[in-house]
Design a protein. Structure first.
Length: 519
C-alpha cells in the first residue's frame, strides 16, 4: 500500500524543488527563502507566511492546557456541569449554593470573559502575591473537571493541522488514580525504600500493576477512537486533524509521594511496551514545588532504576524550568545535569536555568554529544518565569550545538499557537530561513516516533545512503522506498520535505498588489 501511495505522490509532485545533490534541502527552496526575508520585518506578513509554512511537530504539549477556555466552556456546558462565579471553578451538578449552570456562560459575554481570564493568561497582570507563575498553575484546578481528553485532542490536532503540522506528542495521564491508589496500598504492606526499588517494583507487579497498565492501554485506544470519531475521520468530510499523527507521553506527577512517583514512572515505562502510540514518559507539575525540590535526586534515581529494568524506555523530562528568585541558588545547580546523566532524558523540557548549573559549559558539550534535544517554550517561560529575550538560553543552546525544537507547552492557557512561537523565535533571535527549516526538521528527528531517521547527518542534513539520489518530489528509488516502508519516522520526514518543496511553489504567489506587467 505504501509503495503505491509513495509512487503516486512522486508522480503527482514531480518537477518541484528537491533535496539537492547533498540532501541539504535548504537550497531547494529559494522562493520561500526570499519571501521569508522579505516578510520578516513585518509582523503581520511574517505571521501569515509562518502560518502557511509546513511544520514538523510539537513535542512539548500538555493536553490539559492546550485546549482553549472557550472550548472547555462548551464541553462542560454540554456535560451539564456547574461553576462558581466567584472562584471561577467547575463543580458537579446539582447547581446549588451559589453555583450556576455552565450553560449560562455560553453566549454570555461577561460570564465568558470571567471564565476565560480565570482559566488562562489572557489579560493577566501580576500583583503582590499573585505572579504569572502562580496564576498559570492555578488555572488547571479551576477547569480540570471539564477535561475530556478526546474532545481536547480533537481541538488541538485540528489546530495543528491548520498550521500544516504533521506530528504531535500530547502529554496525558492514563489511569492516574488507579496507579497512585495501588502505590498507597502496596506501600502500606511493603514500604517503599530507595535502596530496594526492585522489591517495591515486584510488590507492585504482584498487586496488579500490569492489569492497570492494560486498562491504561485500553483507555489510550478509546481516547484515540473517540478523537477520530469527533473529527469524522471515517466520513466524507473529515476534520483537518485526521491527517496529524498523534502520539502520547504518559505524565508522572513529581509532587506526589515517593511511592506514588515510583509507581507512575514504572507504569509509564510499561505502558510504552503495552501500547504502540504511548511513546514516552515525562515528569510534570511545578519543578519549584517543595516536594519536587526535596525529592528531585531521588526521583532521578527512580528513573534510572526503571530505565535499566525496562530497556527501551523513552524519557523526556521537565528540567531547569526555574530561575533565580523563584528558588534558592542551590536549587539551580544540578537539575538538568541529573536529568541527563541520572534520568536518561532523551529530551529536556524548558532547560531555562542551564547557565546556573555547575560547570554549565561542560554540560552543554555533553548534551550536544549525546544529542539531548531541548524543548524551547518561549511564551511559557516569559509568562511563568519572566525569562525572555536575551535572558533566555535558546541562542546559547544553539551556539553550543545542542539540538533545539520550538514547542508550545500549554497553548490554550497561554493563548498562543505554534505559529506564534515560531514568530517569536524569528523576531527575537533574528533566525534565518535555514535556521527555521532546521528547527522544524529537528521536531521530527527528535520525536519519539518509531523507525530510523531519514538523515544520516542531522546537522548537515544529509540523507541516508538508501535515499541518496532520490527526491521527495518524485518516486523514490527501490532502496529508498524499502527504507521508507520500514520507518514511520522516515516517512514523516520524507513527507515534510515534500511539503517544503510544494511550499516553495506556493510562496511565489505570496506578494502584495498586482504581478509585474498586469494592467
Amino acid at each position: 500500500m505504501w509503495s503505491r501511495i509513495l509512487l503516486g505522490l512522486g508522480l503527482l509532485l514531480a518537477g518541484c524543488a528537491d533535496l539537492g545533490p547533498e540532501g541539504a534541502g535548504i537550497a531547494g527552496h529559494p522562493t520561500a527563502a526570499a519571501r521569508f526575508a522579505e516578510f520578516a520585518p513585518s509582523p503581520p506578513l511574517l505571521r501569515a507566511f509562518l502560518y502557511r509554512m509546513p511544520k514538523g511537530g510539537d513535542l512539548h504539549n500538555h493536553l490539559s492546557g492546550a485546549a482553549y477556555a472557550e472550548a472547555n466552556i462548551r464541553v462542560g456546558a454540554a456535560s451539564g456541569l456547574c461553576f462558581d462565579p466567584k472562584a471561577a471553578t467547575i463543580t458537579r451538578p446539582p447547581c446549588i449554593n451559589g453555583t450556576r449552570k455552565l450553560t449560562d456562560a455560553v453566549g454570555n459575554a461577561a460570564l465568558t470573559k470571567t471564565l476565560v481570564n480565570a482559566w488562562s493568561m489572557r489579560d493577566f497582570l501580576p500583583t503582590s502575591g499573585n505572579s504569572g507563575h502562580d496564576h498559570f498553575f492555578a488555572t488547571f484546578g479551576r477547569f480540570s473537571r471539564v477535561a475530556d481528553p478526546a474532545s481536547m485532542a480533537a481541538e488541538v490536532t485540528d489546530r495543528a493541522a491548520r498550521q500544516r503540522m504533521r506530528y504531535i506528542e500530547l502529554m496525558i495521564t492514563f489511569q492516574s488514580g488507579a496507579i497512585t491508589d495501588l502505590a498507597s496500598k502496596v506501600d502500606a504492606r511493603h514500604p517503599y525504600r530507595p535502596d530496594d526499588m526492585a522489591g517495591f517494583q515486584a510488590a507492585l507487579m504482584q498487586a496488579g500493576l500490569d492489569a492497570i497498565v492494560r486498562k491504561a492501554a485500553s483507555e489510550a485506544t478509546e481516547v484515540e477512537r473517540r478523537m477520530r470519531e469527533l473529527q469524522g475521520c471515517a466520513t466524507p468530510s473529515p476534520s483537518p486533524g485526521c491527517g496529524v499523527t498523534v502520539r502520547w507521553l504518559q505524565q508522572v506527577a513529581r509532587t506526589a509521594s515517593q511511592p506514588k512517583v515510583f509507581a507512575q514512572t514504572l507504569a509509564g515505562a510499561l505502558l510504552q511496551k503495552a501500547h504502540p502510540h504511548v511513546v514516552g514518559l515525562d515528569f510534570v507539575a511545578p519543578e519549584d514545588d517543595p516536594v519536587a525540590l526535596a525529592d528531585y535526586t531521588a526521583q532521578m534515581r527512580m528513573i534510572d532504576h526503571v530505565y535499566r529494568a525496562i530497556p527501551g524506555t523513552k524519557v523526556s523530562l521537565h528540567a531547569g524550568e526555574l530561575t533565580l528568585g523563584l528558588v534558592r541558588p542551590e536549587d539551580l545547580l544540578f537539575h538538568i545535569r541529573q536529568a541527563v546523566e541520572l534520568g536518561h532524558a532523551h529530551r529536556i523540557g524548558h532547560g531555562v536555568d542551564i547557565m546556573y548549573e555547575d560547570d554549565a559549559f561542560a554540560l552543554l558539550r555533553e548534551m550536544a554529544r549525546r544529542k539531548v534535544a531541548v524543548e524551547i517554550n518561549l511564551t511559557s517561560n516569559a509568562q511563568i518565569l519572566g525569562v525572555e529575550g536575551a535572558d533566555h538560553p535558546f541562542p546559547i543552546y544553539r551556539a553550543a550545538g545542542v539540538p533545539t525544537v520550538i514547542s508550545t507547552d500549554d497553548e490554550g492557557v497561554e493563548r498562543i499557537d505554534r505559529t506564534h512561537e515560531l514568530q517569536r523565535a524569528v523576531t527575537t533571535y533574528r533566525l534565518s530561513w535555514a535556521d527555521l527549516v532546521g528547527l522544524e526538521r529537528n521536531t521530527l528527528e527528535y520525536a519519539f516516533v518509531a523507525g530510523a531517521s531519514l538523515w544520516a547527518d542531522p546537522l548537515a542534513w544529509h540523507v541516508v545512503g538508501p535515499c541518496q539520489g532520490s527526491h521527495p518530489t518524485a518516486a523514490p528509488s527501490p532502496s529508498c522506498e524499502a527504507f521508507l516502508l520500514g520507518s514511520e519516522k522516515a516517512r514523516l520526514q520524507w513527507a515534510f520535505e515534500r511539503d517544503l518543496a510544494l511550499f516553495d511553489r506556493e510562496a511565489a504567489g505570496m506578494r502584495l498588489g498586482q504581478p509585474s506587467g498586469t494592467p
